[in-house]
Design a protein around this ligand. Structure first.
Ligand code: GLN
Length: 492
């Protein structure tokens, strides 16, 4: 049997039901694994070992009396530290929230707790989810288990690294421009960006509200489908939540992809900042999809390349407004150095926010200022509409769009920290999907021949068509067989 830390959640559920393992044994095993990993990878901002164990004990008691909360009662999970957790410190990777203990649970946390998932703790991230490497965390970066000199991606980098290295079968991350898919790709795991509005944003600390969306990370496609099923569906506490129940994404996932039409993007050419080893793996992936019965067609998305430019106006504009609430009065840090309230607020913000967050607040404030609003923010919103229309046009002839998730594999720690533009380009293939609000998944397609690091294939689906996306990703994953092979595990 696969060692316990690498067993998928859907299989753990069966082992728990059969009485082959207990939730306490499972939680203890993962805790020991985390102990080993955390030293090397710096994954947790807060571990909740005691809480996890008592949650596990309760799950075992429920199972033995025949009233488990869900199939996954007793299967532990980790949360990116952007989800607020009642009684558990939540920092969003920022000094400005240090010492803040939320009085309530985010809806995602609440729904997973209602399904009986013990909470392992809160995972490191780029400050306020701004970044692609975790290097913007105020508490130091996390590392990639495939190579400790490289980044795990970001901003949900620790969530991806934890899952990749067998510290948990699944974890929650969030996306604004690629923060689940890109780290999933760099760590060799599955990551999902659901349709905007499918998962409640209530209790998810806001970065750019029109883009933010929670997403699962796991080693297998089925586990991500199962986790999304637990949390998705209408929430009256989020005004942008789609007012309908979500389906069970495991249903029909194994129906195969014969006859499916998959588009590849004409404008994405190898070269163009794309690592050759990434291009190779992704080309092979297209061939595999074709072999599995899909028809591959070229689609044109001429506005795709303007995604990053539009995103870096819209996201900072929204962030500058969302982050105004951190003023030293309501949450966390308060500077004692200030002669009056205004000075106290200014000092708190100067001390509490990191450089990238300040850069975004300045960019956003500038883009929204009276004289420039039309030229920058207004223009970016129009580009957003063009991108949405391009994608809609493509869906007239294909069911899914396939492309790389990230143009490169995991890059070295420090390599892009002094070059914000190079960092921003990490999300060139993911950002357009957030702007359009569509669904997408990153699924591992092996390692790059240049450096032996994981490569992710991205499959993009129209809004609310997660079922088709999961079906294709599952067929691909099963045929490749990488995740279940020794090659699919990082050397740690
Ligand atoms: N890397 C992008 C950024 O820095 C996306 C972040 C995200 O998706 N949260 O904004």
């Amino acid at each position: 049997m696969t060692e316990l830390p690498y067993v998928a959640a859907t299989e753990l559920a069966a082992l728990l039901d059969a009485g082959d393992i207990s939730a306490v044994e499972l939680t203890e095993t993962l805790r020991a694994r985390v102990e080993h990993l955390d030293d090397k990878l710096h994954l947790f901002l807060k571990r909740t070992d005691e809480r996890a164990l008592s949650d596990a004990r309760a799950a075992d008691a429920r199972r033995s009396s025949g009233d488990r909360l869900s199939l996954f009662d007793g299967v532990p999970i980790g949360y990116k530290d952007i989800f607020v957790t009642r009684g558990v410190p939540t920092t969003c990777g920022s000094r400005i929230l240090e010492g803040w203990v939320p009085p309530f649970d985010a809806t995602v946390v609440e729904r997973c707790s209602r399904a009986g998932l013990p909470i392992l703790g809160k995972l490191n991230m780029d400050e306020f989810a701004m970044g692609s490497s975790t290097e913007n965390s105020a508490f130091g970066p996390s590392k990639n288990p495939w190579n400790l000199k490289t980044v795990p991606g970001g901003s949900s980098g620790a969530s991806a690294a934890l899952v990749a290295a067998g510290g948990a079968p699944w974890a929650w991350g969030t996306e604004t421009g690629g923060s689940v898919r890109q780290p999933a790709s760099l760590c060799g795991v599955v990551g999902v960006k659901p349709t905007y509005g499918l998962v409640s944003r209530y209790g998810m600390i806001a970065f750019a509200s029109s883009l933010d969306q929670a997403g699962p990370l796991s080693r297998t496609v089925k586990d991500s489908a199962a986790l999304l099923t637990i949390a998705a569906g209408h929430d009256p506490l989020d005004s942008t939540s789609i007012p309908q129940a979500a389906p069970d994404y495991l249903e029909g996932i194994d129906r195969g992809i014969a006859g499916m039409r998959i588009g590849i993007v004409k404008e994405i050419e190898s070269g163009d900042g794309m690592q050759p080893g990434v291009g190779e793996r992704v080309q092979e992936a297209y061939q595999r999809l074709e072999k599995l019965g899909a028809s591959i067609e070229e689609v044109s998305l001429p506005s795709f390349e303007y995604g990053i430019s539009a995103y870096y106006l819209i996201a900072p504009a929204e962030a500058s407004s969302n982050l105004a609430r951190y003023d030293g009065v309501r949450y966390g840090l308060r500077s004692s150095d200030g002669s009056d309230v205004g000075a106290m607020m200014a000092r708190t913000r100067a001390e509490g926010f990191g450089d990238e967050v300040k850069r975004r607040i300045m960019l956003g404030t500038y883009a929204l200022s009276a004289g420039y609003y039309d030229a920058y923010y207004g223009k970016a919103q129009r580009v957003r509409t063009l991108i949405t229309r391009d994608l809609e046009r493509a869906y007239a002839s294909v069911d899914l769009i396939a492309c790389p998730t990230s143009p490169t594999t995991a890059f070295k720690l420090g390599e892009r920290t002094n070059d914000p533009l190079a960092m921003y380009l990490s999300d060139v293939f993911t950002v357009p999907v957030n702007l359009a609000g569509n669904a997408a998944i990153s699924v591992p397609c092996g390692v790059s021949a240049d450096d032996g690091l994981p490569v992710g294939l991205q499959l993009i689906a129209k809004s609310l068509d997660e079922a088709t996306m999961f079906r294709a990703a599952y067929a691909f994953e099963q045929d490749l067989g990488w995740i279940d092979s020794p090659e699919g595990r990082p050397p740690l």
